[in-house]
Each structure stands twice: as structure tokens, then as C-alpha cells.
Design a protein around this ligand. Structure first.
Ligand code: R5P
Length: 299
């Protein structure tokens, strides 16, 4: 038997998965002690013994708290006799530090995946990880699913598209643009050229002539953090005559004044997923995660 365990940052993806897979779901009890330490508790430990335990915890802000709650849950589930522990972390924090950009830095995503594995997780599932190769740090049983199909379907159902083009704000996001373009019927896709200063973080979009005039431009990316990348990309295509600007992203972190930047960029429509709760969380990542879980659990 399998059971879903929803962590404090599961954002209801746990219940959606339980419904799709028709398996029971329990929510971890949690609180923060007056000194700031985290507390979690499994309410029905008898449901853990001998079962496959799927722990759902998205690692959005406060990341370090959510990470530690996840580690506590994995370790406790092991203690209570879980058979296999499957960690579902829809948003994987630290995934953008996937290499040493400057001498002396850690590879933070490696540290995190090693911690999850060595706490006792046998399987790991995430969504639109920044760089897929990072999963090697977990080992064999790590899976990345994409939310781009769900995002594309949502756009198709909610926006009138006459002559749309899909754009990635940089080359790294091209595979996302390709996927969305495919779901939208094999429409055109391309990418903008972005450069980020490794020290100041300042972004520059190199002007590139794109066939966007009088067209709906769908800009897709994995993450909106400060909003700088998307705002610049939106501005650039607006200046080139785009009729409508639609933005699709998986993880809307929206840090600092991101909302303000997006508002000023005059974007017509923004859709994100439920990996990070926000006002743009219009689609759920539960369906693609459920597919992988069915394979792992041999349903
Ligand atoms: C970077 O390569 C990512 O795919 C995103 O484009 C980036 O993380 C977005 O960050 P921000 O919103 O701060 O520009």
C-alpha cells in the first residue's frame, strides 16, 4: 500500500495526488517553536509501517525552513518503518546554483539533493528543474516532469490565439518554448538573447529582430524570481509591435518588487502553476507528477 503525506509546504498538491491515485493522504502537524526551530509530527504512524510513503513538500520561501521540515519528515518516516520513501518537491530550491559560477562557491543543488537522499529518500520527483543534469546528484531514481503541457493547455483554453509565437527569454528555456509550441499545434518558437552579470545579477536582453509584429507572443520560462527577465523580454517584444503578451511560467517566486515590474511591463496575461502559491497559480502540476508516481508504484 502507498500513502501520501502532505508537508507544511505541499500547497494542496498532496490532496490532488491522493485523489488522482486513489490512495490515502495525511497532513503533517507542524509548528514553529518560540526560538524559531521547526516541529513536525506524523498524526497516524501506524499508516507508515511497511508502506510506500510519498512525502510532498515544495521548497519555496522560506526555503531553508521547508527543506529542514522535509528532512525531519523523511527521517521520521524511516523510523516509523516506511518501506520506500518517495519525495515530491514540486519546486526545488537552490536549483539555479547548479555549478560553481565563481571559484569558492558550493554547488548548492548538489548539497540539497545529497541531504534528501542521505536522509532516506529512495525516489525523488520535481517539476521543471532549472537544469536537468542536476538530478545526477541524487542518483538513479530521480525524475523531472514538465508543467509546460498543462500551461499550454491552459493558454489554449483561455486566450484567443490568431497567429501566436512562443518565445523563451533565453536559450536555456528553449525546450520549454518548444514544448508549449508543440501543444499549441506546432506553432513557431524562438528565443531572446539574455546575459546576466554573475556578480551584480543585472540582466541585459540583446536586441534581436523577431517576427512578433501584430502577433500574440507567449513568453515561457521555468522561474519568475525578481521579474527582471520576463519584464525585459515583455518590453522588448512590445517595442517590436507584439499585439498581446502572454506569460507562462512554472515557478512564480515573485520576490521583492517583482509584481510591480510585471505590472509595468504591461503583460496581458500571466499563468503559473501551484508549485509556489501565488495569484497566478492557475494550473496544477499534480497530473504530470501522478503519471510518474503510477510508474514507480506500478499502478
Ligand atoms: C534563469 O536562467 C531562469 O530560467 C529565469 O529566467 C530566472 O531565474 C528568472 O529570474 P528573474 O525573474 O530574477 O529575472
Amino acid at each position: 500500500m502507498a500513502i501520501i503525506v502532505g508537508g507544511p509546504a505541499s500547497n494542496n498538491i498532496d490532496s490532488k495526488l491522493a485523489e488522482m491515485l486513489n490512495i490515502p493522504c495525511v497532513k503533517l502537524e507542524h509548528k514553529i517553536f518560540p526560538d524559531g526551530e521547526s516541529y513536525i509530527r506524523f498524526p497516524e504512524t501506524e499508516k507508515i509501517m511497511g508502506n510506500d510513503v510519498i512525502i510532498v513538500q515544495s521548497l519555496y520561501s522560506p526555503q531553508d525552513k521547508h527543506i529542514f521540515e522535509l528532512l525531519l519528515a523523511i527521517d521520521a518516516a524511516k523510523d516509523f518503518g516506511a518501506k520506500n520513501i518517495i519525495v515530491v518537491a514540486p519546486y526545488l530550491a537552490y536549483s539555479r546554483q547548479d555549478r560553481r559560477f565563481l571559484e569558492g562557491e558550493p554547488i548548492s543543488v548538489k548539497t540539497l539533493l545529497k541531504l534528501i537522499k542521505h536522509s532516506g529518500a529512495e525516489y525523488f520527483i520535481t517539476v521543471d528543474i532549472h537544469k536537468e543534469y542536476s538530478l545526477e546528484h541524487f542518483g538513479r531514481n530521480a525524475y523531472n516532469v514538465t508543467a509546460m503541457e498543462e500551461i499550454a493547455k491552459h493558454i489554449r483554453e483561455n486566450i484567443e490565439l490568431r497567429n501566436a509565437i512562443v518565445l523563451a527569454p533565453d536559450k536555456g528555456a528553449l525546450s520549454h518554448a518548444m514544448k508549449v509550441a508543440e501543444v499549441l499545434g506546432g506553432i513557431e518558437y524562438d528565443y531572446l538573447e539574455k546575459k546576466r552579470d554573475p556578480i551584480t545579477g543585472e540582466i541585459k536582453v540583446k536586441p534581436k529582430e523577431l517576427p512578433v509584429k501584430e502577433r500574440e507572443v507567449i513568453i515561457v520560462d521555468d522561474i519568475i524570481s525578481t521579474g527582471g527577465t520576463i519584464a525585459l523580454a515583455a518590453k522588448s517584444v512590445r517595442e517590436q509591435g507584439a499585439r498581446k503578451v502572454i506569460v507562462g511560467c512554472t515557478h512564480a517566486l515573485l520576490v521583492g518588487n517583482a509584481r510591480e515590474k510585471l505590472r509595468k511591463a504591461k503583460i496581458d496575461y500571466i499563468v503559473a502553476t501551484d508549485t509556489v502559491p501565488s495569484e497566478y497559480s492557475k494550473v496544477s502540476v499534480a497530473p504530470p507528477i501522478a503519471k510518474v508516481l503510477k510508474n514507480i508504484l506500478k499502478f
